[in-house]
Design a protein around this ligand. Structure first.
Ligand code: ZN
Length: 482
């Protein structure tokens, strides 16, 4: 058998297995797995290394304007390079509709922006304006192109679409086999807290954490799940930051609800004390939902271990610590005017590996599930997330024993800080391959700008899952088919 590349001598890891073996690659796909393979135009020695499916980053803000028009620091070139140095071979950033825009226009805009990506990509559509044209014509066109997930907001005045808007989106999603993602925080609770804090003159960055209470997330998760159950639509809760929120997710999954969720490294690695760093430095840790406490982090780790979370995602939202990013509205502004978000696309997997696998919290197989395989399944990247013959040769080769102290130079993004600065981590992704082409190799960038491709994603299979609310269930004889 002819191979373009053979990766030999490594320990292969998927979400189900760990075994020594070689991988044969031809025309961008895995074509053979064996104890030993000879040949190959290129042979990559993976002795002493772990060979895993490349990470799929399912939550990142790349070349995206916030609702107040602030453009993040990373475009698709720097964002994808940073992702690759962090062990990812594909990512799914957001394509954000702002009110009044058509979805077609949004997709065309992001197609142009994404052309520079060095790894494969797709988009989750953010919908802020679910008009009749959007629901009836534009979203079905997006699905037809393989954009099978979109995100809605329950918070932020410029983004949130109300419970009725969510029901409309959820039912269109159900019809097409798409999955709806939701940022779940109660908008009025946050605004009310903001008002109280402003009246009391409490405006330093640390008050950001107080302004967005745990109850605001828990209430909104519970409500989002209820809305999804009414229309029997699958739902994905992004960036769960509370033990109470995770417990709702766990309970609903056990009850058979078609529910998925993620948490993020920042809710495991940092606490609201980081918002109280000297001067305005706490601004580096302003993100929403906000950082919580050490007890919450331990609870979230337990949920990771017990399967509550589909994935651990970065929520990379790169706003520099300067007047282009965090302080675009001024240097000494009250916390509500600090740009929201933290970078971390290159740190997500090294952090999860070091704190999760190396410290014995999760197994290697669980690491692959949380970093790649589950996202591939949930978001319809059917050719990715495993190492089986026929799959895309999207592969990350890790040195599991190398240690480093994380710094800005390891991130390869356009940022001027990393929240992970100074953290000692074990395990380094040395080589990343996307469809058989080297993206990074032994710590150096090999990829050419623009070699990533758009991935049309498969719809979600709904049969045999979920529950129809009894008032909408034909078997219940309520006398109305709606
Ligand atoms: Zn986000």
């Amino acid at each position: 058998m002819q191979f373009d590349t053979v990766i030999h001598g490594g320990t292969l890891v998927t979400s189900s297995d760990v075994a020594k073996g070689d991988i044969g690659i031809r025309d961008g796909r895995i074509v053979a797995l064996a104890e030993s393979l000879s040949g190959g135009d290129q042979r990559i020695d993976a002795g002493g290394r772990l060979v895993m499916p490349g990470g799929i980053e399912a939550h990142a803000h790349i070349a995206q304007e916030s609702s107040s028009g602030v453009m993040g620091a990373d475009d698709y070139l720097s964002g994808s390079v940073s992702a690759a140095f962090g062990g990812n071979s594909s990512f799914i950033p957001f394509a954000a509709q702002h009110r009044g825009q058509s979805v077609d226009e949004v997709i065309a805009t992001y197609d142009a922006r994404a052309a520079s990506s060095v790894i494969d990509y797709s988009y989750h559509l953010i919908i802020t304006d679910p008009s009749a044209e959007v629901l009836q014509d534009q979203l079905p066109r997006a699905f037809a192109r393989g954009i099978t997930s979109f995100k809605v907001f329950m918070t932020y005045d410029m983004m949130n679409i109300g419970d009725g808007g969510m029901l409309d989106i959820l039912s269109v999603a159900r019809e097409h086999g798409a999955i709806t993602m939701v940022h779940a925080e109660n908008n009025d609770m946050v605004k009310w807290m903001n008002g109280r804090l402003a009246e009391a003159g409490l405006t330093a960055p640390k008050y950001h954490a107080i302004s967005r209470p745990e109850l605001a997330e828990e209430e909104a998760i519970n409500r989002a799940v209820s809305l999804a159950k009414l229309v029997d639509a699958p739902l994905f809760i992004v960036h769960v930051s509370t033990a109470g929120g995770a417990a709702i997710v766990q309970r609903e999954i056990l009850a058979g609800t078609r529910l998925f969720a993620e948490t993020c490294p920042q809710y495991l690695a940092f606490t609201r004390d980081d918002l109280d760093r000297p001067g305005m430095e706490g601004a580096k840790f302003v993100c929403s939902p906000p950082l919580r406490d050490a007890e919450t982090a331990e609870a979230l780790w337990r949920h990771i271990k017990s399967g509550t979370f589909t994935s651990v995602s970065s929520d990379h939202a790169p706003y520099r610590y300067d007047e282009t990013g965090k302080f675009i509205k001024g240097a000494d502004v009250p916390y509500p005017q600090i740009s929201n978000g933290m970078p971390g696309i290159a740190a997500r997997l090294p952090y999860l590996f070091s704190e999760g696998v190396v410290k014995g919290r999760i197994s290697l197989q669980e690491f692959v599930g949380l970093s790649s395989a589950n996202a591939a399944g949930t978001f319809g990247m059917t050719g990715k997330g495993s190492l089986a013959p026929g799959m895309d040769a999207d592969i990350a080769i890790w040195d599991p024993e190398a240690t480093r102290v994380m710094g800005l130079q390891d991130q390869h993004d356009n940022m001027d800080y990393t929240p992970f600065e100074g953290m000692e981590l074990t395990g380094v992704p040395e080589t990343v391959m996307n469809r058989g082409a080297l993206i990074t190799h032994k710590g150096a960038l090999v990829a050419k700008e623009g070699q990533g491709q758009f991935v049309a994603r498969a719809p979600m299979t709904l049969s045999g899952h979920g529950h129809l609310a009894k008032e909408r269930d034909p078997a219940q004889n309520f006398g109305a088919q709606i």
